[in-house]
Design a protein around this ligand. Structure first.
Ligand code: FES
Length: 238
């Protein structure tokens, strides 16, 4: 469509050039009616010339504005979507071998937009959980402890089973303040990701099963909420 407007603009320019050539460049070859106009006075001649220039400029302006707006629309649509994004699960290599992790050691990674924490229990079992605490989103990697098969958040002491994410204790420290902060957020389990050791007989890197569309889905949800709130997406927010 943009190219059609550009063609129209080019046509308008050519037409204007022809008109100007008839009036200005080849004054001896003027059409009788126009010659009359010329002889009747330069004022009417000039105004006719100015009109063609103005029309050309206007055509250019409209074509450029339409092309710009279409370009902007396409760019925005490519960048932001409010559609429902379905999960797309895939095994992603972590670049870490299980043999490199000591028992109770943790390693934070971002895999296809997912913040995860791989680690080993006290007994040496490999696990992978979400790195962000479900309380207020603090990274567990900032000092979490692994005790047996339980991980303890460093900020308010919430603890979760690493095997299934089950909540054990919710915001127990420091006294009074921890439990108070826990009251304002709904209790939740910790995210758990499936993980495995790749390669022959598990000799390769640790791999984690993640939703590669997680970031896209989060962003789509964000924009939908924002636009709904302004009645610009589907107006269901009112
Ligand atoms: S942020 Fe983890 S318990 Fe508060």
């Amino acid at each position: 469509m943009a190219s059609r407007f550009l063609l129209a603009a080019a046509g308008a320019v050519m037409l204007a050039c022809c008109l100007q050539a008839a009036f200005v460049v080849l004054p001896g070859a003027q059409a009788p009616a126009l010659r009359g106009a010329r002889t009747q006075g330069d004022a009417s001649f000039s105004s006719l010339g100015m009109t063609s220039v103005a029309a050309t400029t206007a055509a250019f302006g409209v074509a450029a504005a339409v092309a710009r707006s279409r370009k902007r629309e396409a760019k925005t649509a490519a960048k932001y979507t409010t559609q429902t994004i379905l999960p797309s699960l895939a095994w992603i290599k972590t670049g870490v071998k299980a043999s490199e992790l000591k028992n109770t050691e943790l390693k934070a990674l971002t895999l296809a937009g997912n913040d995860v924490l791989i680690g080993k229990t006290e007994a040496g079992a490999l696990f992978c959980v979400g790195n962000l605490c479900p309380h207020i989103g603090t990274p567990m990697s900032e000092g979490a402890d692994v005790i047996g098969d339980v991980i303890v958040c460093p900020l308010h002491g919430s603890s979760f089973k690493v095997t299934n994410g089950e909540l054990i204790d919710w915001c127990v420290s420091p006294p009074i303040i921890g439990p108070l902060t826990g009251l304002i957020v709904e209790k939740k389990n910790l995210l758990v990701f499936e993980c495995r050791q790749g390669g022959f007989l598990g000799s390769g890197e640790v791999e984690v099963l993640v939703d590669t569309n997680a970031k896209k889905a989060y962003e789509a949800n964000y924009w939908k909420g924002l636009l709904d709130a302004q009645g610009k997406d589907d107006g269901t927010y009112y």
